[in-house]
Ligand binder design. Structure first.
Ligand code: MBD
Ligand code: FE
Length: 311
């Protein structure tokens, strides 16, 4: 059975009625978006002859996705979050903005409120016997290479099991473990003393992994560290780096990898003097360049639901 009803007046009227397009009440922007998305869905049902069983499988899936609290995880896995980055990259290019540290996706696991310290912060609070010490440091500068003082560098990452504090199903981590915030001094420098993360994997029985299985995809990320960098008079940067050598670097289920975001990992000694748990440690220098405001505005502030915890 293949029928084509999308273009009929009955269906076009139904789409307009269902979204109250051009109605007196409601939000005009939302009506416009809802009308377009619903129209694209209806058209796909016609074009691909999507069956009632398939439609209800999709509807039921949305319920499960919400129950699992995984909608933002799925957005990363389907490349929707990466697509927003591609668009922001293109928008920057269009206005001639070039040269800052590249952005890459935030992901769904940020927690606001980590304790803010000056210059350096030790952020491994809970013991993690399987993780070796890691120092992450760098200088924050503007496009002219001038150090940026008084900026806030936030970072967050997983433990040796690939779990993030606050979202750890084993309950092994306290609030803000492996999450930190540092204010830069006049030299623009920041430093985090922490432990080496391991890559993340989607909850194996969750709805995101279920969908990925049906696509024949995995749900894993290479080991990585997230950053927010915030400074008055510069645009906020949302980025991450990957841990060099991770086999999944170019096979990230969330598509966050960028060539410029794979800093070298250097073996060092002298960790005991720094208060690290072993003398031998890994060192990653990650220097960050921020871009200026656009006509006095930061157009990089993304509003989305985030967990916030009082420090
Ligand atoms: C992560 O740690 C992450 O960074 C993303 C984008 C998705 C899931 C888990
Ligand atoms: Fe992550």
């Amino acid at each position: 059975m293949s029928v084509q009803v999308f273009e009929t007046k009955e269906v076009q009227d139904l789409l307009k009625a269902a979204t109250n397009l051009n109605g007196d009440n409601g939000n005009a922007r939302f009506q416009q978006i809802a009308h377009r998305l619903l129209s694209d869905l209806f058209k796909a049902i016609d074009d691909l002859d999507i069956t009632p069983d398939e439609v209800w499988a999709g509807v039921n899936y949305l319920n499960k996705l919400g129950q699992d609290g995984e909608a933002a995880l799925l957005a990363a896995g389907l490349g929707l979050e990466k697509y927003l980055d591609i668009r922001m990259d293109a928008a920057d290019k269009q206005v001639g903005l070039d040269g800052g540290t590249p952005r890459t996706i935030e992901g769904p696991l940020y927690v606001e409120g980590a304790p803010l310290r000056d210059g350096v912060s030790r952020i491994d609070i809970n013991p993690d016997p399987d993780a070796g010490p890691l120092v992450i440091h760098g200088t924050l500068s503007d496009l002219d290479g001038k150090p940026i003082a008084g900026a806030v560098v936030e970072c967050w990452h997983a433990n040796s099991k690939g779990f993030y504090s606050h979202f750890d199903p084993t309950g092994a981590q306290t609030e803000f473990n492996l999450r930190g915030a540092v204010r830069t001094g006049p030299d623009g420098r920041y430093e985090f003393r922490t432990l080496m993360p391991v890559g993340y994997g989607c909850p194996p029985h969750g709805s995101t992994q279920q969908l990925l299985n049906t696509l024949g995809r995995h749900g894993n990320r290479p080991a990585h560290v997230h950053f927010f960098v915030t400074s008055d008079n510069h645009r906020k940067l949302t980025t991450q780096f990957n841990i060099e050598g991770d086999p999944l670097i170019w096979d990230d289920f969330a598509y966050a990898t960028r060539e410029e975001l794979i800093p070298h990992v250097v073996e060092k000694t002298g960790g005991e003097a720094l208060g690290l748990k072993e003398d031998a440690y890994k060192d990653i220098e990650f220097n960050v360049t921020l871009t200026p405001l656009l006509q006095g505005q930061d157009n990089q502030i993304v509003n989305r639901l985030r967990v916030a915890v009082a420090a």
